[in-house]
Design a protein around this ligand. Sequence first.
Ligand SMILES: Cc1cc2nc3c(=O)[nH]c(=O)nc-3n(C[C@H](O)[C@H](O)[C@H](O)COP(=O)(O)OP(=O)(O)OC[C@H]3O[C@@H](n4cnc5c(N)ncnc54)[C@H](O)[C@@H]3O)c2cc1C
Length: 515
Amino acid sequence: MTQAVRRIVVLGGGSAGWLTAALLAAEHGGLDAGKLQISLIESPDAPAIGVGEGTWPSMRETLQRIGLRELDLLRDCDAAFKQGSRFDGWVNGLKTDHYYHPFSLPQGHGEADVVGAWLRAGADQGFAECVSPQPHVCNASLAPKQVTTPEFGGAINYGYHFDAVKMGLLLRKHATEKLGVRHVADEVTQVLAHENGDIAALRTRSHGDIEGDLFIDCSGLKSLLIGQHYGVPLRSQQHVLFNDSALALQVPYTDQYGPLASVTIATAHSQGWTWDIGLPSRRGVGLVYSSAHTSVEAAEQGLRQHIERSGGPAAADLATPRHIPFTPGYRERFWQRNCVAVGLSSGFIEPLEASALALVELSAAMIRDELPANRADMDIVAKRFNDAFSYRWARIIDFLKLHYALNQRDDSDYWREHRQADSMPEGLGELLQLWRHRAPLRSDLFRVDEVFPAASYQYVLYGMGFKPNLAAPQAARLAQAQACFQQVTTATKRLLGGLPRHRDLIRHIHAHGMA
Ligand SMILES: Cc1cc2nc3c(=O)[nH]c(=O)nc-3n(C[C@H](O)[C@H](O)[C@H](O)COP(=O)(O)OP(=O)(O)OC[C@H]3O[C@@H](n4cnc5c(N)ncnc54)[C@H](O)[C@@H]3O)c2cc1C
């Protein structure tokens, strides 16, 4: 039981597998004595899922930790900058119905009563537009940084949009050539176990048995180790979040020089919602829906109509979308014996707010930081990991549900049922009651490393038209909040005058590199 952890085997070469292997190798790998040996097994016959094109700002730190240049990402992965999400049609479906969840915090967040002051001013400007310059920057299709801004620096917070397949190839090249990860291109056909139930090795078709001390299950929705081998059940969340299917399509631009969006645009439809991600050379578009409420034919028709309405080619000229079914939920445990699941094998809900890759980054970072020295320490780390990620998944469910729970749409049972009390998680219901009389506070989300902070709840809550009954702010607090609004106006003017068009910056970087 005190055997040292020396060999780590990652099963799966999608974004989860390569990001995890790279983060571990950058910290613990290498050829020196005492370093870990990290192997990644990837089946050449089972391609990675190939979607997952929106990230959070956390990806900037991840890339720096593994030593990848921002320039390589932008040039090799058809990548662009993402400054948050815009939600169109989620409140009532009218033409003017939209709100932003930007990546920057509200001005004065946690100090000034900007919510009280915004309501007192009549709330006629959107909350996000009032407390952050970022929606204005996004409306003008500007980049979050200038030509001279150093790699990973920004005038305003940002993450990325990228081509998931190209990102996988870049990560593979970097992890194998620069970080010493051993790549085994082979299919795993059998799991070999020790008597105590630990995994001993993974049997492959032509590379024999790959032995390890710790196994990381990144095998995607198949969940070969944690799901199939250990039988850890998936906790379904379909009673809260109904979506269980997606249709995905790559869409060419009709104008290659037109504005390049730097937000993910999430548009509500009677059948579900579409994501729309602008990469420099194409859009990635898809519709997420519930098979209990909509047929695949109706969903496909909704997707084609969305593409045509949003300036894409005629529906008849589009390819057939890929159909991706999934069960919305997460595992009862993520770490079992000497096996830990990261990525889709650990669970998947739906791509709203693009939290899946952020969870991969958080999981890999926790394994890296708390890597058990030996088998005896592993059960303690496993318990900590399971507690941390059960909590995180539950908070993600709450936050995603908030986007649906307050809708006022009346065009389908899908939207009506989403706001019924029996589909509301208990904790979220209680918070919503408290928020009728005060704004979301940092202490409502009490862990230091919350996935979604109180600021995110404020953006969605007030974006969805939630009107609380708050006590009028005191004069001094009001003046402090008004000073924040003035700072937003000043910053907006400065940024609108100083930032380049998003498309122009990307073209410049492709041609001349980065500062
Ligand atoms: C429709 C949709 C949209 C999404 N959008 C976003 C988004 O915008 N942002 C975001 O953060 N996330 C998004 N996600 C989630 C994101 O795609 C995944 O979290 C991410 O791609 C990681 O996937 P993975 O590596 O876990 O699995 P996969 O990419 O499926 O990789 C599985 C790997 O396991 C290997 N494998 C399987 N069986 C075997 C075997 N027997 N032997 C050897 N190897 C094997 C395969 O070869 C493959 O390499 C989205 C997901 C979906 C379904």
